[in-house]
Ligand binder design. Structure first.
Ligand SMILES: NC(=O)C1=CN([C@@H]2O[C@H](COP(=O)(O)OP(=O)(O)OC[C@H]3O[C@@H](n4cnc5c(N)ncnc54)[C@H](OP(=O)(O)O)[C@@H]3O)[C@@H](O)[C@H]2O)C=CC1
Ligand SMILES: O=C(O)[C@@H]1CCC=N1
Length: 270
């Protein structure tokens, strides 16, 4: 039986997933989208050849509903949606922080819910999508969720108790790397390089390091040691990073992201 999937609240993450599913072979006729603004609905129709419908219509017509609104908008969306969602629908949440229990409390008793934290590299099919089952989600629901999200990259199942940590590491993760690239490009400017060249040097270093991290099978410490020659240049840089507490700053930063994910659990943003 063909599965019909609806993406509700098709913003950045919803569109990244939608486009990935189409690249992955899903027929646009099996996909529905919803948007808050008519011009956004029209944009999605034109770009992807999908039907844009109301949230209520999506709930009635699709077997699987993927909710990709901001955590602060999830309560309002669920209030609108709940009367229209039969208990045999699979509901997938892509929102940070909000536990599956939040959905289960608001939807018809027994509705299967799966929580997913993906990231923006979905746009280039290099996402990491971290998946957890709610109380009523079966192995089949998890497999279907993996099928959908594997169109945009890798997937990983974790217990829901690890989702806030996963959000801090991989949901927000790309932003930390962009931040580092931005800072190191500034360093290049300080050292007298033109901005475009500094950007290219750092981005290629990041790509090379990423591929080695993924493919070499070596521990990051070993890879770093291989770059760090005795009395060489790298150890001078590493000493400054340690002097400035960069390791401690990163640990504190990810802990703060994990804490914010926990705060978002209420669906109010507070
Ligand atoms: N950005 C990221 O890197 C990641 C985000 N996430 C999660 O994904 C979710 C979406 O984030 P993101 O894509 O960045 O946010 P966006 O604001 O880009 O997308 C959310 C979309 O939902 C629409 N919307 C809000 N309420 C409704 C409604 N009632 N009916 C229909 N559409 C509605 C918004 O419309 P309008 O355009 O009018 O505001 C917007 O287009 C969040 O929950 C976030 O936690 C997860 C992983 C990574
Ligand atoms: O910053 C956020 O809240 C979202 C969730 C993970 C990445 N972006």
């Amino acid at each position: 039986m063909t599965q019909k999937v609806a993406v509700l609240g098709t913003g950045k993450i919803g569109e990244a997933l939608l486009s990935g599913m189409i690249r992955g072979g899903w027929a646009p006729s099996d996909l529905l989208v919803t948007a808050r603004r008519p011009e956004r609905a029209e944009q999605l129709r034109t770009r992807y050849g999908v039907e844009a419908v109301s949230n209520a219509e999506a709930a009635k017509a699709a077997d699987t509903l993927i909710l990709t609104v901001k955590p602060q908008d999830m309560g309002t969306l669920l209030t609108e949606l709940a009367p229209h969602v039969p208990a045999d629908r699979l509901v997938i949440s892509g929102a940070a922080g909000i536990p599956t229990a939040f959905f289960e409390e608001r939807l018809t008793a027994g509705t299967p819910v799966v929580r997913v934290m993906t990231n923006t590299p979905a746009l280039v099919d290099e996402a990491m999508s971290v998946i957890s089952a709610g109380t009523h989600a079966t192995a089949g629901h998890l497999t279907l969720t993996e099928e959908i999200f594997s169109t945009v990259g890798k997937t990983l199942r974790v217990p829901e108790s690890q989702q806030d940590a996963a959000t801090a590491l991989s949901g927000s993760g790309p932003a930390y790397f962009y931040f580092l690239v931005e800072a190191m490009t500034d360093a290049g400017i300080l050292l007298g390089l033109p901005r475009d060249k500094a950007h290219d040097l750092i981005v290629q270093a990041a790509i090379g390091a990423s591929v080695m991290l993924r493919d070499s099978g070596e521990h990051p410490v070993k890879l770093r040691e291989n770059v760090t020659s005795p009395a060489g240049t790298t150890i001078n840089a590493i000493r400054e990073l340690e002097n400035h507490g960069v390791r401690a700053a990163l640990i504190a930063a990810l802990e703060a992201a994990r804490d914010r994910s926990r705060e978002l659990a209420s669906g109010t943003g507070n």
